[in-house]
Design a protein. Structure first.
Length: 120
């Protein structure tokens, strides 16, 4: 009897709710293999859900820092969509190992892939 009462009170998720909370696939790339000091680099992020491009992400923020940089001094830049990609152009004035995390919030899901690259 208790099971029937609890089952009757449970909220049933709609098809739209289930689709809305599917995982997002976030692909972070940049436009060159070798990055030299003072080179302009374009970082691109593709956001997909169920194989479809997500054009309405709530937020896409790049966090970029040189190895050894304190967390409170990391550069953070919010970007908007451009040609079905979220992009950031950046020039690096120091050589070394860098890290980039792209924080993506879309359709109730958050993803934050991290990659490493070297500026020569």
């Amino acid at each position: 009897m208790v099971v029937m009462i609890l089952t009757g009170c449970a909220k049933t998720a709609s098809v739209e709710d289930m689709h809305h909370n599917d995982l997002i696939d976030v692909q972070l790339t940049w436009d060159r293999e070798i990055i030299g000091k003072d080179d302009k680099v374009t970082f691109s992020t593709d956001v997909l859900q169920n194989g479809s491009v997500v054009l309405d992400a709530d937020e896409v923020e790049y966090e970029i820092w040189l190895e050894g940089t304190p967390k409170d001094q990391r550069e953070k830049v919010v970007v908007k969509i451009n040609d079905e990609k979220y992009q950031l152009e950046k020039t690096f004035t120091e050589t070394g190992t860098y890290f980039v995390i792209v924080h993506v919030t879309a359709r109730g899901v958050h993803s934050m892939p991290k990659k490493t690259f070297v500026v020569e």
